[in-house]
Design a protein around this ligand. Sequence first.
Ligand SMILES: CC(C)(COP(=O)(O)OP(=O)(O)OC[C@H]1O[C@@H](n2cnc3c(N)ncnc32)[C@H](O)[C@@H]1OP(=O)(O)O)[C@@H](O)C(=O)NCCC(=O)NCCS
Length: 432
Amino acid sequence: MHADFRSIPTDPASTEALARQGLRYELVGDDVARQDALTQAAARGFYGTELEQAGLDERRPAFAERRTIGVWDDSAADPATPIATVDSWTTPLGMPGGGSLESWAISMVTVAPTHRRRGIARALLEGELRAAIANGTPIAVLTVSESTIYGRYGFGPATWSGELVIDTKRSRWVGPVPAGRVHLVPRASVKEFGPPIEQRARRHGSIAPWDGWWDRQLGLRPSEAGSSRDIRAVRYDDEAGEPQGFAVYRVKDAPVDFTKHPVEVIELVAATDDAYAALWRYLLELDLVHEVVAWQRSVDEPVKWMVADARAVLTRSVTDHLWARILDVPRCLQGRTWQRPGRLVLDVADDLGLAGGRFALEVDAAGTARVTSTDEPADVTLGVAALSSLLLGGASPITMAAAGRLAGEPAAVELLHGMAVTPTPPTLGFWF
Ligand SMILES: CC(C)(COP(=O)(O)OP(=O)(O)OC[C@H]1O[C@@H](n2cnc3c(N)ncnc32)[C@H](O)[C@@H]1OP(=O)(O)O)[C@@H](O)C(=O)NCCC(=O)NCCS
């Protein structure tokens, strides 16, 4: 493993592939002008607006925390602005059973419209996967703008999330009424007390938020000072006065009927069941509100059992969210707790030749796995993307077999299903 993942040099194969097109593939380094040009390129790549100086300044700390790469075309009219961008960092990924694995998070993948579909994203992605392996990181993760892009590199969808839409005129509270207290607090204070709560609340499927994430969610970035003043925050303290959860939300305008304000929940983070119930109850009982909407929530939220009218709580737009890519099969399979003991030989195909092979997965009564290479006949045959999808416990091997994503005798597939699927779904609550 490298002392610092940021110092891993750019991948030689990708450097060569891009050089053949006259392109320079380079770490951005410490040069502020290069960093700012890369930030502008990424904003342009996602069809964002050109950033003013405040936006560029806010982005700068990320260059110290991440490994950032640009691709430059010296023959372009504006050769200083990269025509492609990517960044990455290592972060713990929550695994079933409460442990975590180091993951290689990838973000900011953009290729300029003038340079699309000539293999630049492929060079970036393959370069990232090889850099992660050089770092000794067993899995790569990302969130995706389009679900058509990353399967070819061995990524599979591994968490799903939905938009929770709650009609508060119908959602009479019948859930628990915890004995602690909900306090209105200044939103900036969430950055002080929030991180340890978030860490305890984090479930499998989530990576750790980074410093800038808190500023983003709390509306603390100076460039958004005007538009974020409507953000409010509450904290739940248990009976002993210990902070156990918080919610960050905004009450939006009600232009026609003052009794019908919509509420947008930006974050609801609860380390205990009591905190979860108290915070949802607070939001659903706000006066002059008719609808509470929360994005990137789990597909199985307990709040739907906490209201008198179950149809008051809709989970809409359920979609894939975190995508995972196993780079080291034994370490990934050993990195989680399995739901049931059993032994299966898995034959894993990997088109990129990074992680494939035949492995015996042996799980004991405590759910602990031992994984060894084997040449025994396979019980289940699957691609690395399918294995990455089921690693976190949110994908059904039975359904995937029905869809042709994995193959095996029904008994082996059912055993894998019983071993892999977790009682609660893996969840990631934000984009990165
Ligand atoms: C998505 C994007 C990065 C692709 O870049 P690119 O350099 O054009 O991609 P490549 O030429 O390397 O394509 C590699 C493969 O992906 C395919 N591909 C690329 N973009 C695709 C897309 N949007 N949908 C489906 N397939 C796509 C290509 O057809 C090619 O397929 P092949 O392996 O079968 O030959 C680029 O279009 C882009 O910047 N889009 C806007 C920003 C964005 O959505 N970024 C992704 C953030 S998660």
